[in-house]
Design a protein around this ligand. Sequence first.
Ligand code: BG6
Length: 607
Amino acid sequence: MCGIVGYLGDKEAAPILLSGLRRLEYRGYDSAGIAVANGAPSTVLRRRGKLAELERLVATETPHGNVGIGHTRWATHGRPSDENAHPHKVGGVSLVHNGIIENHVDLRRRLQGEARVFKSETDTEIVAHLVDRALRDGAPTLIEAVRMALSEVRGAYAIVVMSDDHPEQIVAAKNASPLVLGIGESETFLASDVPALLEHTRDVLFLEEGEIVEITRGGVRVERMDGRVVERSPRRIEWDAAQAEKGGYPHFMLKEIHEQPRAIADTLRGRLDVEGGDASIGTFDADAGRLRRVVLLACGTSYHAGLVGKFLIEGLAGIPAEVDLASEFRYRDPVIGPDDLVVGISQSGETADTLAAIKEARSRGARALAISNVVDSAIARASDGALYTYAGPEIGVASTKCFTAQLAALALLALHLGRRTGKLSLEAGRAFASELQQIPAKMERVLAVSGDLSDVAQRSASVSDVLFLGRGVNYPIALEGALKLKEISYIHAEGYAAGEMKHGPIALIDDGMPVVVIAPMGPSYEKVLSNLAEVKARDGRIIAVATEGDKHLRSVSDVVLSVPDAPPLLQPLLTVVPLQILAYSVAVAKGNDVDQPRNLAKSVTVE
Ligand code: BG6
């Protein structure tokens, strides 16, 4: 998830590009760049680091011109660096991109076979080479060259392109990544999102899937990839800039909850092989056949992802898996060695306890794989390999989309290991892979049905304690649901294994205590029902997370939050969503600062 901007008009492009990027920095902020043309070869300026670094460079080497493109990056392929920053210029072609090119390895090999030289590690530079090649092969127009290039590309992209041989025009195309045009008086703006446009115009044109656009001084021409012209009039946006950064949502947390289907789809993209019943985890060789044990290390919400990971790895690969709090592991003189694989899970990739725990494990001979949402983060650098989640920057302190993206990454890892230990047959692998592929669509359904829990929230906002119960793979979701409520509503909440309830916490239950029971259909459904009956018998108020259409649970619960059916190992990706929304709604009902709750930090980089 990067931020893209473009401009063609009568004003100086550089300041417009920079202010647009400033408005999009929430989409990515590890490096940035602009390219500006003035009827001559474009000038490209790029810098690693926050946008301020680029602004300093532009202040000393100000490029002049009325046509330009810009980019602020959230690295996916290639660490943050000046060389990997966008725009990428190949020949006379300057290009910025947001998304993931799935077949980048194959395309790079082919282009290198044609003696093309790469200056970066990115998947993006490949597209610039393909456009440059199409132009050299005689493509009559820039839009035709871009069309030819994209016909070889598989994946998600929003790209914006300029060419020195075709001055005074910009071409852009969109597939599964956002791109919007701002229509002004004799000027046109482009951006990944509305915030970058609002200071210039409120008339916007959203590009749809598979559309390509040519922008000249004569105006805007939108076409389908097959060349058919698309007629669409601009929409008027009434949001203010702050609202726009949140995509019209009142808080980043709610926006990020709704971004989960895309975060999962992007994390699976180019890695899940449904036909082969397998998953790729990049260049890291887990050496599954030799593994004695997998040890998952993390803190906070990432620790709860680790607990689900244990079920996935043992269930699909048959390899013993342990989960440990990183802050405990590092001081426990752990028994660990060369036949163990440590998986360090961290959204930020900077959490001090997790980093130290990984270093401790490696110093004892174990190999380490990092699961992180930040490319080249400290934890990734301290590990032998990294399996990145592609959720995009997470602004809300309470983690949501990065949690479910971690579950998707752990599912990929478990599938990969399962096919290599032989625990998982081709057929079983195919079945699991196909179920995993359906998760983004099922999440959309959960978001559609449990979008508004303000009613339940109002009734729960004044309670002082809440109990969350779950069994098996949903026990970690009970813990996560409780943590979300604690983090942002400041209500004391406890997640508990449902089977354990009668050995203690049942003493807390009375008619004032909401009890959230995670009870989707599955192997422990009957057992959870009996726990639910124990709560009911003590007048506890039941909020149940149930499989769609479960009439029995509806009859015994005060509130039902429905999720589509899914195989037990994948249920956590769905059952957690209503709990995120519940916590969010209670915090809003209490008037709390949802995105920046008290006493918490997004990442704790000190002990
Ligand atoms: C805390 C955050 O500081 O760190 C939590 O508030 C997070 O949301 C935890 O789960 C672990 O962070 P990370 O980046 O290592 O996953």
